[in-house]
Design a binder for this molecule. Structure first.
Ligand SMILES: N[C@@H](CCC(=O)N[C@@H](CS)C(=O)NCC(=O)O)C(=O)O
Length: 247
């Protein structure tokens, strides 16, 4: 009997989006169970973890988006990760750079700008159980203070993170400069998914599952950063991946 896959997420989580995209790309049916923080903790604890995404199968659970992609690759060998050993070094370099620098900094940059109930509510509550949504107004002050502490949000943090994002985009620009279609050459791979999903908060592609809020509602510096990133070769590439390869 085929395994029933359940994906535990926070709606806006870009690491969750990375897994959602890989499952869609491989045409693997799954049920998404979105939760608003801190209620994701109850859902993930059941599987022995704390953060999302978690992929629950009939036989166990996998934590960490990259481990999940590696597992999915065993179900469809070679579709996410190329077998070509010559691509191994670049693949590992980029996957690590995107997971540890891009994803961490697009999240910190994003939260530095959207810590208002109006901007956070739609991103955290899309599809979550109704009772979690109802608790959002009461929990918001506590949520803001936890996010501020855990991501060290302060007046300069958005600018610091933006510089790190630029550094990653520069590396991607450099790789794309030879005219290749995808990051590892002529074939779409997990590395492209990882880049586009983790860059999505600052690229705001129309095709992402969280509808982008109108740019005009975002703070001016956030709008400027989004426009700058969208206009780079890396930004245009990420937006093209969403247009052509997301659905
Ligand atoms: N390395 C992890 C990072 C996952 C991660 O940072 N998840 C965030 C959401 S984007 C999260 O669950 N935060 C809440 C928590 O840790 O309780 C992965 O690739 O899955």
């Amino acid at each position: 009997m085929p395994t029933k896959f359940r994906l535990i997420t926070i709606p806006v989580s870009h690491y969750s989006e990375k897994v959602r995209w890989a499952l869609d790309y491989l045409q693997i049916p799954f049920q998404e169970l979105p939760h608003m923080p801190p209620f994701h903790r109850g859902a993930t604890k059941k599987y022995g973890g704390t953060s999302v995404p978690v992929l629950a199968t009939d036989t166990g659970a996998i934590h960490d988006s990259t481990d999940i992609l590696r597992y999915l690759d065993t179900l469809h060998p070679g579709k996410l990760y190329p077998n070509n050993p010559e691509l191994q070094a670049l693949s590992t370099e980029l996957e690590t750079l995107f997971n540890l620098t891009l994803g961490v900094n697009t999240r910190r940059w994003g939260y530095s700008h959207i810590l208002t109930p109006q901007l956070l509510y739609p991103r955290w509550t899309l599809g979550v159980p109704v009772w979690e949504k109802l608790l959002f107004p009461m929990l918001f002050p506590k949520i803001r203070s936890i996010l501020t502490d855990s991501f060290d949000l302060n007046p300069t943090s958005a600018a610091e993170s933006y510089r790190e994002i630029e550094r990653v985009f520069d590396r991607v620009n450099q790789i794309l400069a030879d005219g290749r279609q995808y990051l590892l050459g002529d074939r779409f791979s997990a590395i492209d998914i990882t880049f586009a999903a983790l860059a999505a908060p600052i690229l705001q592609p129309l095709e992402q599952s969280i509808p982008p809020s109108p740019l005009a509602l975002s703070p001016p510096q956030m709008q400027a950063d989004i426009r700058n990133c969208q206009a780079t070769p890396a930004g245009e590439f990420g937006l093209r991946l969403y247009r052509e390869n997301r659905h």
